[in-house]
Design a protein around this ligand. Structure first.
Ligand code: OGA
Ligand code: MN
Length: 226
């Protein structure tokens, strides 16, 4: 049964079915049409990545964004941003891991897991929280295949950004993915193993010629085990 009150963001319906509420109605969560968020070097690369990347626009509400932020910010604030280590993959960042969440935020994490991962997935219990300063960026890398499984799902807080995927064997084959603030992105299988991913620095943050302005960005990333 669906009533207006159940249609708050923390509803049982939302938890169990990964559904979302839109003006009082419950609709199945659907990823954005890839054409709207993917800008590829060539049609073949577009096709490969379309099958292995998904972006859910407004996956979290502003209220949920605040709630997640309020939980991680006191911990992040105690850390200093790491800057310009010549061999680091990430510049201008601080990070933490968290496995116990407030009841409210746990519901959001579970929503990601239920929607994105198969029911028998073994989750990495510690959710990764990565805080990039406005000038921070992530260089091209592939997540460790020793620790992390086939699927990576991240919620984007505070800022939009561009995530670029580049074919490991041919640097001219790439896609840029527009990750709006409050979106959830998923990369799996070929996108995760055969392509590097990176978050572009503010100076390079363009999507189809339009500036995607960068601010401080926090990502909350769920992974399954290798
Ligand atoms: C990583 C990574 C992406 C993000 O930490 O390995 O790629 O959205 N993060 O912060
Ligand atoms: Mn990564």
């Amino acid at each position: 049964m669906i009533s207006t009150s159940i249609c708050s963001r923390v509803s049982a319906v939302t938890q169990v079915n990964s559904d979302t509420c839109v003006s009082g109605k419950v609709e199945k969560r659907m990823p954005m049409p890839p054409e709207d968020v993917i800008d590829a070097s060539d049609p073949e690369t577009a096709d490969i990545l379309k099958g292995n990347i998904a972006v859910y626009q407004d996956f979290i509400t502003e209220e949920e964004e605040h709630s997640l932020f309020d939980e991680v910010e006191p911990h992040l604030k105690r850390l200093r941003y790491e800057k310009d280590h010549w061999d680091d993959a990430i510049h201008g960042y601080r990070e933490m891991e968290r496995n116990r969440w407030s009841a409210k935020n746990k519901i959001i994490i579970e929503r990601v897991r239920k929607l994105i991962f198969p029911p028998d997935a073994t989750h990495i219990a510690y959710v990764h929280v990565l805080d990039l300063m406005p000038s921070g960026y992530i260089k091209a890398h592939v997540d460790s295949v020793r620790f992390c499984g086939s699927t990576i799902a991240g919620m984007c807080l505070l800022s939009s950004s561009i995530m670029r995927f580049v074919n490991e064997k041919d640097k001219f084959k790439y896609v840029d993915v527009l990750l709006k603030q409050r979106s959830l992105y998923v990369m799996r299988d070929r996108a995760r193993y055969e392509y590097t991913h990176e978050i572009l620095a503010a100076e390079q943050s363009y999507f189809r010629g339009n500036v995607v302005s960068r601010d401080r960005r926090i990502s909350i990333i769920c992974r399954n085990k290798a």
